[in-house]
Structures are given as structure tokens and as C-alpha cells.
Design a protein around this ligand. Sequence first.
Ligand code: ZN
Ligand code: ZN
Length: 383
Amino acid sequence: MPLRQLLLILIFIAFGCVNAQEVSIGVLRDYNVNRVTFSHFKKHYSIYADTSYIGTLEDFSYIEVQLNNGRLLLSCNTVSKGSFKKIRLTTRDQGGAIIVTSKSPIVRQRKYEDNFEVKVVSGRMTIVNKVQLPNYLSGVIESEGGGGRAAEYYKVQALMSRTYALKNLKRHKKEGFQLCDGVHCQAYHSMLRFTPEIRTAVNATKGEVLVDENNKIVSTYFSANCGGQVCDASHVWNNSVPYVQSFLDTFCIHTKQAKWTKTIPKSSWRSFLVNEYGYPIQDSVAHSMMYTFEQEQRKAFYIHPSLGIPLRDLRRKFKLKSTFFSVHPQGDNVVLNGRGFGHGVGLCQEGAMKMARSNYSYVQIALFYFTGVKVVKYDQLKL
Ligand SMILES: [Zn+2]
Ligand SMILES: [Zn+2]
């Protein structure tokens, strides 16, 4: 093929991908699904098995796909159609949606828009929702934020989720899709219950992403509640991120997840510190300080950095809501008084909700939580 022709085709493909804005999402990835059914919900769907046309989804009350020795057994209304490498469900209609139910293991049914493909990748049944980006974002916002939020909150979530998606399109390339539906990427447990307000927010921010001062798409982190101080990224991931700084956030301090307490036996606390980190228990000064720790401002380490005990390790070990806690001895226990819920880096969801209710715009909210960023249209970026 002449080089010029090849180049034109490549440009066409690249241009088409950006414009069509379809993303492929691996769904039900939190489960090792072996058997799944699809049934009609809205509009017209065609079923294909490898290259054969099987019929329309509304012809059957459901179709079932089962993993068997690296192949997919397809049955329609319990009648076997054979074994295949790939099953596709496609619609040409706007607003097409189907019901997906994992039967093994049993998972509550979900409803997804647009197209589906089922294939086997590395021996695992791989269910891929090929979905228009705005429909995917609506499902993510529904999963993350639920219903009844202020419009500007939905808009900032749309901006964050779109930015995340477009930055991470290659994250699951080896597994045969772009993004997964778990918290590893963004929760996408679509039930199609989202209110028109979520759709409106996605459309109102159409094509917008957050970029840093070099016009690079930023990594958008968020957590439920920062406890009153947004956490420096280096406390959680060791490397600092220029647009994710630590600062005080007064918008979230009176919300429901702002405070927590937990009581842990001294013996468990002590053995973790001594066994995992060689805490110098034989030293009388160190011993006396072992159960007392104040954290007015966020810190990265327990008691003193020289002891090398990261708070994030304590959080993981004792399943704490956050690393933003103080510790006091009480009898045979230590009592932890903590603030916030989640890693606390980036956007604080409860703070953002409060800002939205206080009439801040979604751009103001985004610029409050991320330093030195700006909102631009994705298709105007020179990638
Ligand atoms: Zn993922
Ligand atoms: Zn906060």
C-alpha cells in the first residue's frame, strides 16, 4: 500500500476514534463470571456469534453465554446455538439498552446502554460494554454520587470522570478493553436510574477535561471526605504531584463522614509496630510515647519520620477510614480519633457537594481542589 494512502487511513482512524467517543469498558470485573444472560430492555439489538447473524434480542426472552474450555456456548431461550469465540450484541438506535445478569456467580442485574461484546481473554470470560462516552460518564456519576445532588456537583464529577477516562484509555489494553468497571478505574455499575440532571451535567461539560500548565491531562483523584485538610499525594503514593497540594478545606468539616473513632487493643497496636517496623520498645522514652500521637495537621508518619512507620500502612492494617487520626491510650486499648474518609488526595466529594450547594460553579470547585489547572476542550488539545 502506498505510504500516502496508509497515512490517510491512519488519520481517518484516529480522527474517527476521537469524534465517535466510544469507549470499551470491561464490566462485572469484580467477579469471575462464567455464565451471563442478556435480555431486551430498550430499542432493537442484533445478535452475532463470530460472523453469523443469530437473530434479534427481542426474538428471545433472554440469551445465555457460558464459558466452556476457552469457548463461549451460546443458547437462546435455552436452545443451544453452538460454541463460538465471540458474541456481539449491537444496536444502531440511540438510547438502546439491555439487561445484563451474571448467573455464575449470581450478581444483581444491571442495565447498560449501547453495544456489547463477549470474548475469552487469557481463559477468562470478558464482557465488554462498547459505550458512547457520555453514556459511560452518566453511569459512573450514578455509581459514584447517587441521586439528588446539586447540578454543579454533577458537573464537576462529569469533568473529573471524563478527564480520568481519557487519560487512562490504555489501562486495560492487554485484557481486551480500555477501562474496568471497578474502583481500580471508576465504578460503573450502571442501573440506568440516573436522573435527567446527570445527563444535563454531562452535556453541559461536553468534551471538557482538566489539564496542567503544560496542557497535559491531569490525574484526577478524589475521595469521600478529606477531613478538613486535603492530603499531599506523596503521603499516599511516595511521589508528589504538582497540581495535588495539601491545604485546608473547611467545606467538608461538618458533614457526616467528617469524624470517626476506633478502639484497638494495645497488644495488637504494639505487636504491629514492633514486629513490622522494629519499634524500639526497649527504649524507655520511645516506649512511653508509643500510644500517643497528635495530628493537628496531616502527617505522613506515625510519631516521627525517623521511625519509618507510614500512616498509610496503619490505615491498611487496621482498616481505618483515613490516615488523619490522633491516638491516645485508654486502659488496655488505644483510642483513635480520626477525620475524613478515603485517601484525602484531590477532590473531596463532600466538600465539593457543599461548595455546589453554596453556589460555587463546577470550574471554581475544580480549581479549588487542583492547583494550577485549567478546563479545556479535549479535541482542542494537540495530543
Ligand atoms: Zn481498572
Ligand atoms: Zn474536604
